[in-house]
Design a protein around this ligand. Structure first.
Ligand code: DQA
Length: 152
C-alpha cells in the first residue's frame, strides 16, 4: 500500500509557526511520525510539501495509478481552492483531510473547506497525531474496500 502525504503552504515552518495554535512539534517531528506510522502499518508513505497551489495540483494528478490514498493538509488553500477540489474529484483517490488546529474553534473564514466534499474523512485539532489517525483510517478503509492498488 502506498500513501501520499501532501502538505500545503507554511507547513514546512511547523514548530516555529504560531506554536500556540499549531503546537511545538517541528516539521521534522511530523516526518518522523509519518514514517514510524508507515512502518507500523506496513505501508509506504511519501511526503510532499509545497507553498504553491499548482504544485499541489500537479502532485495530485501524478498520484493517479501510483498511490492508493492521500492524506492532505492543504493549509490555507483549504479555504480558497476550488482547483484542489477539482483535482481530487478528477483522480478519485481516497483522500483524508487533516488539520493540526481545531478549525471549528477558529475564524469564520476557516469554517469552509472546499476540498471536504472530495474526502472520505476529516481529522482536525489533533496536532501532528491527526496525520497518524488519517493514515490509520486510510489503511483500514483501503484494506476493507479492496481498492488498494499494491498491497501485499
Ligand atoms: C491548517 C489550518 C488552516 O486554516 C491554516 O491556514 C493552515 C494550517 C491546520 O493544519 O490547522 O495553514 O490547515
Amino acid at each position: 500500500m502506498k500513501l501520499l502525504i501532501l502538505n500545503g503552504p507554511n507547513l514546512n515552518l511547523l514548530g516555529l509557526r504560531e506554536p500556540e495554535i499549531y503546537g511545538s512539534a517541528t516539521y521534522h517531528d511530523l516526518l518522523a511520525l509519518i514514517q514510524s506510522t508507515a512502518q507500523t502499518l506496513g505501508l509506504e508513505a511519501t511526503v510532499y510539501q509545497s507553498n504553491h497551489e499548482g504544485d499541489l495540483i500537479d502532485q495530485i494528478q501524478a498520484a493517479r495509478g501510483v498511490y492508493d490514498g492521500i492524506v492532505f493538509n492543504p493549509a490555507a488553500y483549504t479555504h480558497t481552492s476550488v482547483a484542489l477540489l477539482d483535482a481530487l474529484l478528477a483522480v478519485r483517490i481516497p483522500t483524508v483531510e487533516v488539520h493540526l488546529s481545531d478549525l471549528s474553534q477558529r475564524e469564520a473564514f476557516r469554517q469552509i473547506s472546499y476540498i471536504r466534499p472530495a474526502c472520505i474523512a476529516t481529522f482536525t485539532g489533533l496536532g501532528i497525531r491527526g496525520y497518524q489517525r488519517g493514515m490509520e483510517f486510510l489503511w483500514r478503509y483501503l484494506l476493507r474496500s479492496g481498492d488498494c492498488l499494491l498491497y501485499t
